[in-house]
Ligand binder design. Structure first.
Ligand code: SF4
Ligand code: SF4
Length: 112
């Protein structure tokens, strides 16, 4: 890739990280990457609740539920480990081929 273009991406990434560290930026990130369980797809398996590092997901009545918006770290573990692609980002489902986690890390490693 052309050096100038890569540099611009790094600047944009740094700016986004700095913005996210502010109150307004955090609110924007929280809005843009809001996790929402899809009740029609969720089967209440509870895997998302187990991998969430913030204990921010509970399963009740056979469905996942986000506890508090402000507690979410937006790590996306719930999105990428859900076996039914039921954890959406602002209602948008992540396709299975786009779910990613480190190949050497399993869900069990996160809650062992
Ligand atoms: S991992 Fe997916 S299917 Fe399982 S409880 Fe969470 S949202 Fe529902
Ligand atoms: S994005 Fe991360 S911190 Fe937020 S609810 Fe999902 S697993 Fe928990």
């Amino acid at each position: 890739m052309e050096a100038g273009r890569r540099d611009l991406r790094e600047v944009r990434g740094s700016f986004a990280a700095a913005l996210a560290a502010t109150g307004t930026g955090a609110a924007l990130v929280s809005w843009a990457f809001r996790q929402e369980p899809d009740p029609d797809r969720c089967n209440g398996c509870g895997l998302c609740a187990k991998v969430c590092p913030c204990s921010n997901i509970e399963v009740a009545g056979g469905r996942a539920r986000i506890r508090e918006r402000g507690r979410c770290a937006h790590c996306m573990a719930c999105v990428h480990f859900c076996p039914r692609q039921a954890m959406t980002i602002r209602g948008r489902r992540v396709r299975p081929e786009l779910q990613y986690h480190h190949p050497g890390v399993t869900a069990a490693d996160l809650f062992a």
